[in-house]
Design a protein around this ligand. Structure first.
Ligand code: GLU
Length: 482
């Protein structure tokens, strides 16, 4: 059997959407599972909508996700000669012809079809023009496109690896354009020429392209190549089953990256959009996925996107990440938050990692991680309003803070064990519960009511900052909490 070759063929007309990234992932999984080759092709024939900076962004997003291709990128914009040559061949074999219909004429036909509530199909006006008739069209200044001659009867069957056999009446497939009047190929033509010339064995792509497939098959047959196999992966819909769009939050890989998702979480989550490894397994790394992946097991029905599940998964990967790797991933977010800046000295790096260890348990994104870490870097924070009522506005809160301050001021070792032992002692001496001691102290040190363990916080802040923050809270309460 020949080597499996798949391709991912994004159009550089925008950022890489989660749907496109999932298509890339499925292609990669299939290639790796079959020991095949993943080809990257950039579909940039639409010169008006394609942009070079989008190409860069696409490549960046694929790299960031770790979706590494084996061959390419091939650029359609650099393969014009191939399209021209293949179209000429079809033309010479009488499998394609020149069509001189003007846009106005076609638009008129389209409008009539719309009025009559039927799909517009090119009526074959120029299918059998005599040389004289062609000459006349040219003399009228009409420009020609090239259309593929397709069969008028019978059917074209797409044998989809996910959906099974899908039948299309040839009657409903008109003679579509392969080269535009400026000589550029249409998507349906360029895609087929590339798939065939690059010896693609499996075309795995979005369901929205299923309606293009019979046309592409007819084109491939006319060109005299063997057809690749096709697999159309299901759509990704929003929870309300509408099309996933901006109003549902992040949709592009770059946006997910900026919102603090880890690539391994996004990869894991995307794999489950329309596929399942079975046995209720949900947390998988790329190797696990490659081992379990079967194209035939991809669902036919649309997948529903659920940001909460993605966030949950991201939280898992944040907790599991190797500390150095987490530090590297979290760093830009801490910088953006104004918490760290530039090269970190070894003490600063050490502190940064300890802070991460303290806050990683509860964060679901790297943005949340940076937010949770603010008070480890910034002294100037407000006290939580509910916390003020609950912890400061309580009989005895001031005494509690004063005695804690007093005890801490004579403690030299500010590690977790020593400070905890000290709180134990204060609790014994005063008869106050641990909670009564911890709540106002936590609020004084962090401005918040929740977070990592208090003694971890104290040991990270160190003596000076701990005492200064307790002093500040004492003054705040003394001044009537204004
Ligand atoms: N450029 C097309 C797209 O981005 C790819 C279609 C295909 O995979 O054939 O939708």
């Amino acid at each position: 059997m020949s080597k499996i070759r798949v391709r991912f063929a994004p159009s550089p007309t925008g950022e890489l959407h989660i749907g496109g990234a999932r298509t890339a992932l499925f292609n990669l999984l299939y290639a790796r599972a079959k020991n095949g080759i993943l080809v990257l092709r950039i579909d940039d024939t639409d010169l008006e909508r394609s942009r070079e900076d989008y190409v860069d962004k696409l490549l960046d997003s694929l790299h960031w996700l770790g979706l590494d291709w084996d061959e390419g990128p091939y650029y359609q914009s650099r393969r014009q000669d191939q399209y021209t040559a293949e179209a000429k061949r079809l033309f010479a074999d009488n499998r394609a012809y020149r069509c001189y219909c003007t846009t106005e004429e076609l638009t008129k036909g389209r409008e009539e079809a719309k009025k009559e509530n039927r799909a517009f199909l090119y009526p074959g006006t120029c299918r059998d023009l005599s040389p004289d008739a062609e000459e006349k069209c040219r003399s009228e200044g009409r420009k020609a496109v090239i259309r593929l001659r397709t069969p008028n009867s019978g059917e074209t069957v797409v044998d989809d690896l996910i959906r099974g056999k899908v039948h299309f009446e040839n009657e409903m497939l008109d003679d579509f354009i392969i080269l535009k009047s400026n000589g550029q190929p249409t998507y349906n033509f360029a895609s087929v020429v590339d798939d065939l010339q690059l010896a693609i064995t499996h075309v795995i792509r979005a369901e929205e392209h299923l309606s293009n497939t019979p046309r592409q098959q007819l084109c491939a047959l006319a060109l005299g190549y063997e057809l690749p196999a096709f697999a159309h992966v299901p759509m990704i819909l929003a929870p309300d089953r509408s099309k996933l769009s901006k109003r549902h939050g992040a949709t592009s890989v770059e946006e997910f990256q900026n919102e603090g998702y880890l690539p391994e979480a996004l990869i894991n989550y995307m794999a489950l959009l329309g596929w399942s490894p079975g046995e209720d397994r949900e947390l998988l790394n790329l190797d696990d996925m490659i081992e379990a992946f079967k194209l035939e097991k991809v669902n036919k029905t649309a997948a529903i996107y659920d940001v909460n599940k993605l966030a949950w998964m991201n939280g898992h990967y944040i907790r599991e990440a190797d500390p150095d790797r987490l530090a590297e991933a979290a760093r830009p977010f801490f910088e953006r938050h104004g918490l760290i800046k530039g090269e970190l000295g070894s003490d600063e790096l050490d502190y940064f990692k300890k802070v991460l260890k303290a806050v990683r348990e509860r964060a679901r994104t790297l943005v949340e991680l940076a937010e949770a870490a603010e008070y480890f870097y910034l002294d100037d924070f407000e006290y939580d309003q509910k916390g003020i009522k609950k912890a400061f506005n309580k009989e005895g809160a001031l005494d509690v803070l004063r005695s804690i301050r007093q005890e801490l001021s004579v403690l030299d070792d500010f590690n977790e064990e020593k400070t905890e032992a000290l709180f134990d002692k204060i609790s014994d001496n005063t008869g106050l519960s641990f909670g009564r001691l911890i709540q106002p102290t936590r609020l004084a040190l962090t401005g918040r009511m929740g977070g990592p363990g208090l003694f971890e916080i104290i040991s990270l802040l160190g003596k000076e900052r701990t005492l200064a923050r307790i002093d500040k809270a004492i003054s705040y309460i003394e001044s009537g909490m204004e």
